[in-house]
Design a protein around this ligand. Structure first.
Ligand code: ATP
Ligand code: MG
Length: 716
């Protein structure tokens, strides 16, 4: 029996405990950052298992990232022991969806070994579909079609369900047809894109109610973290599954909804109470994460948003350090200041693992990474597909995908002429034509073609050799470990050799990456599960135990916490991001503010904000002004740090912003004529990114070599 002394319950406050013990019926925990929502979910799982209400495999538990799933599994194990290993249904929407689809693949026109396409393959396929319809890709870009189709999938709409008006908006009414054609191509390729992982579950359950009933029965208890960022398809998926037992517990925070641009709907929070009448709603108000200054700064910032449900938050923690705000001359100096601060903290025995740098865009990472490498501070990048997205890694993976599944046309096309072996466009076109006509894979078509004389002797011989190699590699993969197979494939295909001969500066790094890839494969039971891992995993490989600073986007930082959080790039145009403002107006601004709020609330003890007055974006210099979010922070909770550089301090311009007095914005003694010339050249150019464009209404101006900051005013 459960007593108040039950160890896993004893650490909870009364509201948290109520959320854990309300096991039956729908429950919504709506609470701010750091109030213990994730902790409630973890304890709830432990409670369900420990009390015998559920077996580990009866519980469906959805986290936002694979990393969060791993952590949750470990936490539950630490509460109730190894029985936690049996939680087969703990993972992201994508990983759980994949698992379900593999079991019933035939019913949705796939085979159980279907491939999951990454975004670049998806785009490639889209291009083919557009070309096949004789549509001008320049006028109707594949990227646009891809985002329309993603949008429909996020809303749970298959080709047959897209409203006619919307389907007609692309290529003079051909949108719907292209969607259908794209889905057909996916099936022919035995592939699914990310959206399909849920959409096809929905179709499966609609067409086979008996299968739905099995799952409804199986999942006696369902839990969802980061509920505010679910999209409609995910909501429908959850609602269907929960119909039998209705034991669905969702936790979330409307102020942390940051995936609207990807189809997430905060409205799912409101819909929950409507669709599950009688739902228990629990609010948690005590923040256990951050010191009082950090919490007040974050609350003051988010209070500027108009559309929010509103909440109170309190902490019993000490005031602690104020949130610091530091101006730098440019991104290089910003990186240098952050590097120095990290070194200083580290000297004072602060662990690197408790420090994180959170950026708005990945492009900001380069300067920071360079600096960390230069001063020898180990770091890891979290949440990026960066490693697996590198060209050499994608090439290597394409080879392995072909070995694993010869019908993987996209992979085959990617490497058929990499390294260059004289199998150019003409050959590829021929293969395409045959494959389409005979409704077979390209590899199959190639096998046929090398026996005819449709190909010139040279490419024919080369292609035949390649096919023989693939045959051999597939054979090897039956007996060798996947790492050895990868090693062999990369060597025998000439791929490694290609980079060894390459004289460009980054060739060595690429070879290093390939080595790392082969090494990392050792951790998997077989090639198939490795490839699956690659398609699903969005986190960098962090098996390595060295203490490191974490570097990631604010989007990737959701749910995480660190003693010290560095927040560079708080500039108009970057945060809030100009694109979000241009595309979504006030809603975009508010989402950007929530993002800033997520950033600050990751900090337990120190939050350090930076902005640079000059930033190079896509090779062009832009002068920038501090983010309006800096002005949104309550004066009492922030401290303005004088950058320890050789500034001459002026008296401020314009008024309106307290940062007119910031060194970087005052009458400056900088002598950087080269930079100013570059800036003058770039004036008025739109690089598509537009961090504080010159000529921008809000932008600063350069007058006679002096940087004059205009008033930023206050937003909203
Ligand atoms: P976010 O919205 O950022 O995801 P959250 O609401 O999920 O935050 P948690 O990550 O669960 O919050 O908890 C924040 C921190 O507070 C964690 O370090 C957690 O261990 C701690 N914490 C939560 N509840 C308690 C408690 N009752 N006693 C002590 N510490 C707690
Ligand atoms: Mg959480």
């Amino acid at each position: 029996a459960v007593t108040p002394q039950t160890p896993y319950l004893s650490g909870l406050n009364p509201e948290q405990r109520a959320a854990v013990e309300a096991t039956e019926g729908p429950v919504l925990v709506l609470a701010g950052a750091g109030t213990g929502k994730t902790r409630v979910l973890t304890t709830r799982i432990a409670h369900l298992i420990a009390t015998g209400k559920a077996r580990p495999f009866d519980i469906l538990s959805v986290t936002f990232t694979n990393k969060a799933a791993r952590e949750m599994r470990e936490r539950v194990a630490s509460l109730i022991g190894p029985v936690a290993e049996g939680m087969q249904w703990l993972g992201t929407f994508h990983s759980i969806g994949t698992k379900i689809l593999r079991r019933h693949a035939e019913l949705v026109d796939l085979r159980s070994d279907f491939t999951i396409l990454g975004t670049d393959d998806q785009l490639r396929l889209m291009k083919q579909v557009i070309a096949a319809e004789n549509i001008d890709e320049k006028r109707w870009p594949a990227r646009q079609l891809a985002s329309m189709i993603d949008g429909w999938k996020n809303r749970g709409l298959g080709p047959a369900q897209v409203p006619a008006g919307e389907a007609g908006a692309f290529a003079n009414g051909k949108g719907g047809r292209l969607y259908t054609a794209y889905q057909d191509r996916l099936k022919t390729l035995n592939a699914a894109d990310f959206g399909d992982l849920l959409l096809e579950c929905l179709r499966l359950w609609r067409e086979h109610p008996d299968i739905l009933a099995q799952y409804q029965k199986r999942f006696r208890y369902m839990l969802v973290d980061e509920y505010q960022d679910t999209n409609v398809a995910q909501y429908l998926w959850l609602r269907l599954l929960a119909q039998a037992h209705k034991n669905l517990c969702c936790v979330g925070d409307d102020d942390q909804s940051i995936y609207g641009w990807r189809g997430a709907e905060v409205d799912n929070i409101l819909r929950f109470e409507h669709d599950f009448p009688g739902a228990t709603v629990i609010r948690l108000e005590r923040n256990y994460r951050s010191t009082a200054h950090i919490l007040s700064a974050a609350s003051g910032l988010i209070a500027k948003n108009q559309s929010r449900l509103g909440k109170t938050l309190r902490t019993e923690d000490e005031p602690g350090e104020k949130v610091s705000i530091t101006g730098a001359w440019d991104s290089e100096e910003e990186a240098r200041l952050i590097g120095e601060e990290i070194e200083a903290l580290h000297t004072k025995q602060h662990s690197l693992a408790e420090m994180a740098i959170l950026v708005r865009t990945t492009a900001q990472m380069r300067a920071l990474e360079d600096r960390l490498v230069e001063i020898g501070v180990p770091y890891r990048i979290i949440g990026g597909q960066r490693f697996y997205e590198r060209a050499e890694i994608r090439d290597a993976l394409a080879y392995l995908r072909c070995v694993n599944q010869p019908a993987d046309d996209l992979a085959f096309e990617r490497i058929i002429n990499v390294p260059k072996r004289g199998l150019g466009d003409a050959t590829i076109q021929l293969l395409h034509g045959h494959a389409r006509a005979a409704r077979v894979s390209m590899m199959e078509a190639a096998r046929f073609l090398v026996e005819t004389d449709e190909l010139k002797p040279k490419p024919r011989a080369t292609l035949r050799d390649l096919l023989i190699s693939f045959g051999r590699w597939s054979q090897l993969s039956q007996t060798m470990t996947q790492s050895d197979v990868a090693q062999t494939v990369l060597e025998e295909s000439g791929y490694t050799d290609m980079w060894q001969k390459d004289k460009s500066a980054d060739a060595a790094g690429r070879l290093e990456n390939l080595k790392e890839l082969v090494r990392s494969m050792e951790e998997f039971p077989d090639l198939q599960s490795f490839l699956e891992h690659v398609s699903l995993v969005m986190e960098a490989n962090d098996s390595d135990t060295t203490e490191r600073v974490s570097l990631m986007t604010m989007h990737a930082a959701k749910g995480l916490e660190f003693d010290t959080v560095f927040l560079p790039g708080w500039e108009e145009g970057l945060l809030p991001n100009q694109r979000a403002l241009d595309e979504s107006g006030r809603a975009g601004l508010e989402e950007e503010r929530r993002l800033a709020h997520v950033g600050i609330t990751r900090a337990k003890r120190r939050a350090k904000i930076y902005f640079a007055s000059n930033r190079r974006i896509h090779g062009l210099w832009n002068s920038t002004i501090p983010s309006r979010f800096v002005d949104d922070l309550p004066e009492a909770n922030v401290e303005i740090v004088e950058a320890p550089a050789n500034f001459s301090h002026g008296s401020g311009y314009g008024g309106g912003s307290r940062f007119d007095r910031m060194p970087a914005f005052s009458g400056s003694s900088y002598q950087t004529p080269g930079w100013q010339r570059a800036q003058a050249r770039n004036a008025g150019k739109d690089d598509g990114y537009s961090a504080g464009r010159s000529g921008d209404r809000r932008g600063p101006m350069v007058i006679d070599g002096e940087l004059v900051a205009k008033s930023t005013g206050t937003a909203s």
